[in-house]
Ligand binder design. Structure first.
Ligand SMILES: NC(=O)c1ccc[n+]([C@@H]2O[C@H](COP(=O)([O-])OP(=O)(O)OC[C@H]3O[C@@H](n4cnc5c(N)ncnc54)[C@H](O)[C@@H]3O)[C@@H](O)[C@H]2O)c1
Length: 450
């Protein structure tokens, strides 16, 4: 099929590339000319495992092309995927200006039937707004061209995006049109061989499904963080509690890890946007508001633990930070807990010495060159000459630690582990002051210089 994808970010680039990989003829369009130029040179602007070789393979096969030319992009596909950003507006609701801009572009250039597909995460009612925008532009042009708008939310996770796109649990399509159902079946047929994954539903149900899924996952995280804060104060070990509840099949082990709060480009903005949608229809979504506020509080706990360990005096200290990305296997630092920590450290007069396997370029892009941010080549360099260590991201390479060695490196034997990677008993026997999440730590003892 001839397919056009608007937006070449995490979702657009993965969608376009995966659809080309199964033989579709794809054009990806972006308004960011520099990004398109890099993509044409075979350079991938984001880190996503496996994506680079897949892009190269499909570009070479002539099935995947990149353009900034809106006319060419609209003329190409019978399917027009909208996969642009939906950042939060000032009041927390999803800002639809990019989505509606694409709708306007499609309306401006279309000359034959199109299926316009909302793949971006958009509030309930957006398909109607996209429809109205396209119709308005067509009317302005004085032409009449048939089109349909459907919802096809994306559930991929950064870091496992290709696997999720190609082997996802479900493909949700919201439409009431048989013509759309037929074309979407054809588009996704290569991914629908093992068993039926296509779920056709009403447009509004599809739009809400995406928000409900993210809100549910965010709720699981905030719930565990809430219980971990309780465990810490009650002298219980949250890791034992996690295993204890995860063994119940009604609860399960997935997504119940306590930590330093969720980040990334989706959960924070989507929970907020859903709460905002609720208030717009006169419903106060108390649970969603609580999920968000628990998360905000959790992100501050790394700094609070560190600050308490140093009796509130972090001025002039050098803090080693392992992990900058909001989760492993991505370079994405949007809303990452590491940012809350670093910004608080800088405000307190401390210096950050950080390492991340993939996100250091992104970190430099966000914060620029500054004296209180040193980015180093590996985790060992990060702790050299540092006063304390904080773990922000559970990258695989951080999961083993020689406590004795670490004690030699740090000026103060303080480790704040935002991901519960290490065994408290091993840390204790290395004489480290170990502050994890929800694990009855030695929080109230002041460290002595080693
Ligand atoms: N990142 C994820 O893990 C993920 C997962 C599922 C759903 N989503 C949703 O998918 C959407 C896109 O997210 P993302 O992370 O890929 O965003 P992103 O910010 O990485 O990429 C968006 C891209 O759209 C481009 N763009 C903006 N206006 C455009 C226009 N008029 N025409 C063409 N391109 C335009 C931007 O230049 C940018 O390259 C969002 O709604 C997000 O909530 C994201």
């Amino acid at each position: 099929m001839k397919i056009t994808v608007f937006g070449t970010g995490y979702v657009g680039l993965v969608t376009g590339t995966c659809l080309a990989d199964v033989g579709h003829d794809v054009i990806c369009m972006d308004v960011d000319a520099a990004k398109i130029e890099r993509l044409k040179q075979g350079e991938i602007p984001i880190f996503e495992p496996g994506l680079e070789s897949m892009v190269t393979r499909n570009v070479e096969a002539g099935r995947l092309n990149f353009t900034t030319d809106a006319r060419e992009a609209v003329a190409h596909g019978v399917l027009q995927f909208i996969a642009v950003g939906t950042p939060p507006d000032e009041d927390g609701s999803a800002d639809l200006k990019y989505v509606l801009a694409v709708a306007g572009t499609i309306g401006e250039h279309m000359d034959d039937y199109k299926v316009i597909i909302d793949k971006s995460t958009v509030p309930v009612g957006t398909a109607d707004r996209v429809h109205a925008r396209v119709a308005e532009v067509l009317k302005h042009r004085g032409v009449s061209v048939a089109f349909d708008v459907c919802s096809n939310p994306e559930f991929l996770k950064e870091g496992a995006a290709l696997e999720d796109f190609t082997r996802g649990a479900r493909i949700v399509v919201g439409t009431d049109s048989e013509a759309v159902r037929e074309r979407m079946r054809e588009c996704y047929a290569p991914y629908n061989r093992n068993h039926e994954k296509l779920m056709f539903m009403d447009v509004r149900a599809a739009e809400l499904t995406k928000y409900a899924a993210n809100a549910m996952l965010a709720t699981k995280i905030s719930f565990m963080n809430e219980i971990s804060n309780l465990a810490e104060r009650l002298g219980a070990d949250i890791e034992e509690v996690r295993r204890g509840i995860g063994s119940d099949p009604r609860i399960g082990y997935h997504f119940i890890y306590p930590g330093c709060g969720y980040g990334g480009s989706c959960f924070p903005k989507d929970v907020q946007a859903l709460a905002r949608t609720a208030s717009q229809v006169g419903y106060e979504a108390e649970l969603l508001t609580a999920v968000e506020s628990v998360n905000k509080r959790q992100k501050v706990t790394l700094f609070e633990k560190l600050s308490r360990a140093f009796d509130g005096d972090l001025a002039g200290k050098t803090i080693a930070v392992w992990g900058l990305a909001f989760k492993p296997n991505t370079d994405d630092m949007r809303d990452a807990p590491s940012r809350t920590l670093m910004e608080a450290l800088w405000a307190a007069g401390a210096k950050v010495q950080a390492y991340d396997p993939e996100a250091m370029k992104e970190c430099r892009r966000i914060y620029g060159e500054r004296d209180d941010l040193v980015l180093v080549a590996d985790r060992i360099q990060a702790v050299k000459g540092a006063d304390a260590l904080v773990v922000c991201t559970e990258w695989k390479e951080f999961r083993t630690l020689d406590g004795e060695w670490l004690k030699q490196q740090l000026a103060f034997p303080v480790v704040v582990d935002g991901r519960n990677l290490f065994e408290p008993s091993a840390m204790k026997s290395a004489c480290l002051m170990y502050y994890a999440v929800g694990r009855g730590d030695s929080m109230h003892q002041a460290p002595e210089a080693s």
